[in-house]
Design a binder for this molecule. Sequence first.
Ligand code: NI
Length: 399
Amino acid sequence: MEATITLEWVEANLEAHLIQMYKHLHQHPELSTQEVETQAFILRELDRLNIPRKIMATTGVCAEIRGGRPGKTVLLRADIDALPIGEQTGLPYASRKEGVMHACGHDAHTVVGLGVAAALQERAADLAGTVKIMFQPSEEVHPGGATRMIQEGILENPRVDAAIGIHTNPYLPAGKLGLKDGYILANSDRIYISLIGKGGHASAPDQGIDAIAMAGQFLTGLQAIVSRQLSPFDNAVITIGTISGGYTANAIADRVDLAGTVRTLTAETRDRVQAKLESLLQAVAGYWGGTFTHRYERGYPATWNDKAMTDTVRAAAAACFGEDSIIELEHGYMSGDDFAYLAQAVPSVFIEWGTGTEGEESFAWHHPKFRVNLESLKYGVAVTAQSIVGFLEDGVREG
Ligand code: NI
């Protein structure tokens, strides 16, 4: 018999517990690689549910629900870490840790992982295959916990056929899901640049090499990479977030430091932006007679949503709470996530999960007033659990 999960079942059997778990995790955030209490909380909950689990990547956990019928293996990823941000929501269940906050909603992802575990374990006898739930540490700090869990073998024994990721989205209200085939998240890289000139008196610029003038020309050229060096149908963002240099009003600055980020979708665009950046630095330094140092740090790659997996979620959302719960996104987000490494390994889908509140101002991820609508938890659990069931049943039908 097929194990169906309905929103009504989640409401009646799990919702109160989901809210309670969320409030606890939200009050006790832990930074990347330090998720010790969070891990203990996850282990206690899995033990209470009699779900086999093992510790991975020091502070991570992999739970495994073994179905009573043979079938495929699907992995659900929930990241569990928080950020070095002081919470300003004023909520009664706000963070109790000074300067640390679940400002990206990974506490809600953890709750979805545990809620799905509870819902599927209860139906394990009817489940066709295996479900791995990956409670992953350190998403926020590159190189991230996903790589480590993959290296430690989470995709093997049994071999994982597909993966599902879910992320809070404060701009979509509770009860809605944002879905998109193809690219959903971007390549996320960092750049660190120093332009080096020669100091001197401000009244004799020809005797020095003005690093501030170099920086001005560099920044102007940088803006032309996206507008003039890439196809208008391509997508990229280059942002310089910090700039510093110089000593005083009447001296030539001998050095300017800049740091920023580059976001792209395809590997080709990523390579092209990096190459153009380097040739621009060479050209500017060459013209001024100065020098430069730079570091281009590649972060998480872009995340690709497999069409069949995305259709699995569309079918689950329609079954759980109706067709009009699905918002087809015109474009993805230029943020990055190490879920991308799973999506590179197996067909995957990353769900933009509505956690906003209608009629209330939305605060972005990583904002001190970021918040998750408690109403959204049941939707996240229902659609994710039903997507897993749908994937496994499709696997049985395909043989
Ligand atoms: Ni996040």
